[in-house]
Design a protein. Sequence first.
Length: 262
Amino acid sequence: MSELSGQVAIVTGGASGIGAATVALLAEAGATVVTADIQPAAKDAPGRFFTHDVASEESWRALLADVLGREGRLDMLVNNAGIVGGFANIEATTVEQWRRTEAVNSEGVFLGCKHAVEGMKRTGPDKPASKGSIVNVSSVAALIGSGGPTAYCAAKGAVRLLSKSVALYCSERKYGIRCNSVHPGGVDTPIFNPLWQAMGREQGKALIGAHHPVGRMAEPNELGELILWLASDRSSFVTGAEFVADGGLTSGLLRRGPFGAR
């Protein structure tokens, strides 16, 4: 399959989890993929790697300059990088925890959108008005209430409305750049490793999966398929929308316990 042949994508947090699955799917569809992560990617990962801190605007400037300089264009950005930043509630969350979580999960996405829009405007025959797709990975924590993790929920909520704002801005200016958000429930990614180490992987997955009506956690590839669709022209009429992939978690009354996180 080569539907994305000639197109260039950046995936932040692409070294593991949902990001790594998305990198593989985009590359399989023919895209040139740049994995941007603060952690090293697997040696056999497709595309190329760029060491990147999403919380740093200087790092974003360097990343976009590198991609535009080497590939000459930017068609897709997947803002996937994120941290939990602790499971503290409003009383226990420190200012330092709050600021770090917001810097990565909220401000990092803002910076990605800001610089990607500028980069995408330079792509295509009708510069500066061109086209592109931005996919921001949020969480069900942006849609339902939780007593904690406070900072994480706040940051993911910000991503949800930031995505709509970017979508409307680009549409008003006829840039042809779309922006949407994805809201996973519990996904089996390294973010849960502390829990797996504490109680065992299978027992932990069963515990979290039981809080989803489908009875299990998602695999990274299942979210990657959704992101691939949103990043590609298959979803050309979709912008400013939020896509919930949570195994039915938000479809009824909330259950006590882990609500699931990216």
